[in-house]
Design a protein around this ligand. Structure first.
Ligand code: HMG
Ligand code: MG
Length: 298
């Protein structure tokens, strides 16, 4: 049974831009965020307070937050890995954060510079403090559906990582197909395993990269199982700098087009969104990979 309404969690300014080699000016990032919020996106993940050497593109997180003109009714979460990141985020007036764990040892080492178990020691005080300050805390799990170094990932291991994030205080999880290898049957199996472990589906979001062109099919499978929060990136921008083969996220336009056709409410102005992605593509000097953007852009 399909949901009546879906919340689109826009990740373009963060996941979409973090992998761009050429540094995008802070003013362009801000215009991007503002245009996305104006297009009706209820959540715009704005930047990351990670180590600037690890993700140089987002080294201007403080400047971006300083220039942010917050729209009533829009949330602007940011990625925070550790205590230093949380300090920086709090100084910038952030009220929603996301921590990001790995379901595999290999990616934990590459993305977080620590092992699978050690990552929780880094996140625990961050989540504890954020929750006590009344912040919204999302927990990402990466490499849920496959890992470029380890291959298939045991579903038990994914569920156990997710459970640990919820137990430490994350209110919701986003299940990440970091390298875009998932297919609908596996999506269904993973979601069912979480439900069997006592996690209700309204605490689960899905985060698909479109490397293998499966993102929309996977989203459809998740919707049929009752998922109501879907991550997407305007124009299909994106990729993770520490997961070589990863390309962009599910394009927000592709998602909106499908939801529209299925009669599922989303609250986004597709025309304004397409114009925003076409504008961003010009800033980056490269056409959007989204079929919907290409079909509709003037
Ligand atoms: P580390 O080197 O182990 O850090 O990095 P450390 O704790 O040892 O600290 C070393 C130095 O860095 C210290 O400075 C800290 O102050 C400083 P020193 O005392 O030597 O002068 N430092 C910081 N400075 C600014 N901001 C900070 C910060 N932290 C430490 N936050 C760390 C560990 C986690 C910081 C590093 O590995 C890192 O930044 N990783 C981020 C990688 C990243 O952003 N990846 C992309 C996002 S994940 C993703 O895209 C997947 C997702 O989309 C879902 C999916 O698709 O599956 C979410
Ligand atoms: Mg991602």
């Amino acid at each position: 049974e399909l949901p009546e309404r879906v919340t689109i969690w826009e990740v373009g300014p963060r996941d979409g831009l973090q992998n761009e080699d050429e540094v995008v000016p802070s003013a362009v990032k801000l215009e991007f965020v503002h245009r996305l919020a104006d297009a009706g996106l209820p959540v715009v993940e704005t930047t990351s307070f990670v180590h600037p050497k690890w993700v140089p593109q987002l080294a201007d997180a403080t400047e971006v937050l300083d220039g942010l003109d917050r729209r009533a009714g829009t949330r602007y979460p940011v990625l925070v890995p550790n205590a230093r990141g949380l300090d920086r985020a709090v100084d910038s007036g952030v009220t929603d954060i996301a921590i990001f764990a790995s379901a595999t040892e290999s990616f934990a080492r590459r993305n977080l510079n620590r092992g699978l178990d050690e990552q929780f020691e880094m996140f625990e005080p961050v989540v504890g403090r954020a929750v006590s300050e009344g912040m919204g805390v999302r927990g990402y799990v990466s490499m849920v559906f496959g890992d470029p170094w380890e291959g298939p990932v045991a579903i038990d291991q994914v569920v156990s990582v997710g459970r640990r994030l919820l137990d430490m205080g994350c209110s919701r999880l986003s299940l990440g197909d970091t390298i875009g290898v998932a297919t609908p049957g596996l999506v269904e199996a993973v979601l069912r395993a979480f439900v069997a472990a006592g996690v209700s589906v309204d605490r689960l979001a899905v985060h698909f990269h479109d490397t293998y062109g499966q993102a929309l099919s996977n989203t459809c499978a998740a919707l049929r199982l009752g998922v109501t929060t879907v991550d997407a990136s305007a124009g299909g921008l994106g990729g993770c700098p520490y997961a070589g083969s990863a390309t962009g996220n599910l394009a927000t336009e592709d998602l909106v087009w499908m939801l529209e056709g299925m009669g599922i409410e989303h609250g986004v102005d597709l025309e304004a969104l397409v114009e925003t992605s076409a504008w961003m593509a010009r800033q980056l000097g490269r056409p959007s990979p989204s079929g919907v953007v290409r079909a509709l852009a003037r």
